[in-house]
Design a binder for this molecule. Structure first.
Ligand SMILES: Cc1cc2nc3c(=O)[nH]c(=O)nc-3n(C[C@H](O)[C@H](O)[C@H](O)COP(=O)(O)O)c2cc1C
Length: 235
């Protein structure tokens, strides 16, 4: 398979740098082709300009997305989300007519998005390190459930242009790594990488297949009655 890693960390000598190197080596050893966009090393310009027209840098990233069978977004959790440089990559690369604003609008369809679109058929996975403990991100954890925190990325950024979203690879207590924990993390990551083609995606509901009223884009009353919030969009 073709695997595209979008990677955001300012230091090559970081935990993330080491995990990225491990992932590339593991994927290549399994026979996959790998491309990495190392956003800091590329000095990626994050700010979208007024009236920006996609230039060479943006088109090159779109080409990598079209080339990929699997797209991995790797980052340390910073203020409960992706680092700004990666958000800026999304804002500039996911252009109108590429990642949004495509497909017909009618009483039956509301464009090609949420499971349909340019990137349909591809798989995406987040690879995230977090300083907090797993329990802090549990269903009743103080930081909020990790599935809720990641919903805007999973559903709003990856599923929106059509990608199937795999459960994330998460590494907690990332500021407390020693050799044994790093070895265990690589082993766990390796299993996930080996299973990229077969892992069951998060079962987000598709937009144009009967679950939502169009054009209100609200779940029909008989679908998951009484369920509200992010979880309602899981089939
Ligand atoms: C600016 C910044 C914001 C952070 N925000 C969070 C956060 O919201 N939640 C969390 O669990 N850890 C947070 N951390 C801790 C990082 O996730 C942690 O340092 C990182 O995963 C360690 O990996 P690294 O050594 O590759 O940087 C933050 C760290 C920084 C520098």
């Amino acid at each position: 398979m073709n695997v595209f890693i979008v990677y955001a960390h300012p230091s090559a000598n970081s935990l993330n740098g080491a995990l990225k190197d491990y992932a590339v080596q593991r994927l290549q050893a399994a026979g996959h082709s790998v491309q990495v966009s190392d956003l800091y090393a590329m000095e990626w310009k994050p700010a979208l300009e007024a009236g920006e027209v996609a230039g060479h840098a943006v088109l090159a990233e779109q080409e990598k997305l079209l080339w990929a069978d699997v797209v991995i977004f790797q980052f340390p959790l910073w203020w409960f989300s992706m680092p700004a440089i990666m958000k800026g990559w999304v804002e500039r690369v996911f252009t109108h007519g590429f990642a949004y604003g495509i497909g017909e609008h009618s009483e039956l369809r509301w464009g090609d998005r949420y499971g349909e679109g340019t990137l349909a058929g591809k798989r995406a996975m987040l690879m995230v390190t977090a300083g907090g403990w797993e329990s802090h991100y549990g269903p009743r954890g103080i930081n909020g459930a990790v599935a809720d925190l990641l919903f805007p990325i999973h559903h709003g950024i990856l599923y929106y242009p059509g990608m199937d979203v795999l459960p994330p690879f998460l590494l907690y207590r990332s500021d407390r790594m020693d050799d044994a924990r790093f070895a265990a993390a690589c082993a766990a990551l390796g299993k996930r990488l080996d299973a990229l083609a077969t892992t069951v995606p998060i079962p987000f509901r598709r937009q144009n297949y009967g679950d939502y009223d169009i054009p209100a884009m609200t779940l029909k009353v008989d679908i998951a009655p009484g369920v509200v919030g992010f979880g309602a969009h899981l089939a």
